[in-house]
Design a protein around this ligand. Sequence first.
Ligand SMILES: Cc1cc2nc3c(=O)[nH]c(=O)nc-3n(C[C@H](O)[C@H](O)[C@H](O)COP(=O)(O)OP(=O)(O)OC[C@H]3O[C@@H](n4cnc5c(N)ncnc54)[C@H](O)[C@@H]3O)c2cc1C
Length: 429
Amino acid sequence: MKRLFEAAAYEPQPGNYWATTRPATDWPPLAGPVQTDVAIIGGGFTGLNAALSLAQNGVLAHVFEADRPGFGASGRNGGFCCLGGSKLTDSVLARRHGRADADLWSQAESAAIDHVARLLQTHEIDADTHSDGEICLAHTARAARRMAGQPGFLTLKELQARGLDGPWHGGLHTPKGFALNPQKYHDGLAKAAQSAGATLHARSPVTALRPTAKGWQLDTPHGIVTAARVILATNGYSSDDLPDWLRARTMPVQSSVIVTRPITPNEQQAAGYTATQMAYDSRTLLHYFRLMPNGRFLFGMRGGLRATPGEQATISRKIRQDFHAMFPAWRDVDITHEWSGLVCLLSGLVPFVGAVPDHPGLFAAMGYHGNGVAMGSYSGHLIANRLLKREPGTPAPNFLSQPPRRFPLGMRRRLLLAPAYWMAERLDM
Ligand SMILES: Cc1cc2nc3c(=O)[nH]c(=O)nc-3n(C[C@H](O)[C@H](O)[C@H](O)COP(=O)(O)OP(=O)(O)OC[C@H]3O[C@@H](n4cnc5c(N)ncnc54)[C@H](O)[C@@H]3O)c2cc1C
């Protein structure tokens, strides 16, 4: 495979807290040839949602996951099931794609959260949900001034009264979304897809993808797959040559997370931070955090530009430094877990959910810009609907089906990130 980061970025993360919260699950690797209607490459939220929706509609669907179930970002994220998926503001979306599409995007963001909530309820998935929407915390007085006057604005005093004290200047509450345990959601989703009739294979990397007279052939180490149609659901773990069309069209970016030991009620009181509310700050390179109902604190931010030991150590220091700067009362609280994973940016800064041009029968859903718990799930469902030729009241702007352009610099395109981060850090001051 032709992937952008050093090998460490594609290895399991022993420090992943979620893996300790439930018994490990597995799916059998593919052993022998198989023929299917739809082969789905990648077993994260996108791939599993596509498989579930297809299987529920009587379509034979097989998922091929390179590693263990939940190996990718879907098993590593912060569990914020929230609005998002694009890096463009509403006004820029409207300017680029028209007001109607910008409005459809807002509806899709909201529908994506409702979609996950419905899945949890329908399939009785206990994913340790909590939080009434999320709060954006103003890291400067200027950011607070921009929020003031909007519905949901809270002064620092009001935040303190809600158990959200800290070095902020105010905040904006969005009463939509909730937090979840991503691996419990992933496990439940996998079970639901299997019960509906989908077949899931782990440890089955697709190493080659070729068009045939009747569709597609996929090679895996222990079996060849023939499929009428294929969905690429590989997101930040995509390979630049699977297929060649993908070359330089994705920008994988690392995100890092730490989790503390349970913080006692007294320690929470001492920090003035007692609310189990999903929160993030108003920086461009934002920090996202939440106190979980079991008292552990999860804190995430951007990861390293490279997956080398030196860069990992730098990020490890930086994430602690930022956590302690925001929560000095917890400076001595043990950090018990630490890991990172890859999210996926696309050049248009909106997801791609559609047909791959000039590749009949090949589809892709990817590029959620670090917000794919809800949007990745929804996009998997959307791409299944596209294959099923169904339009069952799922809002989707037209721009989602526009194929992403290539980034410049080919395999060296990560070089674009350093100046972008440098600039964002300056703007965040
Ligand atoms: C640290 C971190 C924190 C995050 N926090 C949040 C958050 O709080 N809220 C939020 O909304 N989003 C968050 N995200 C983003 C979110 O997790 C992702 O957008 C989402 O999980 C993407 O799902 P996916 O199924 O498209 O991709 P993934 O879950 O990454 O799955 C892709 C899968 O494809 C497999 N694959 C790749 N190539 C092949 C191949 N050739 N053959 C077979 N399989 C292959 C990979 O092994 C991988 O498992 C976070 C991400 C990270 C890394």
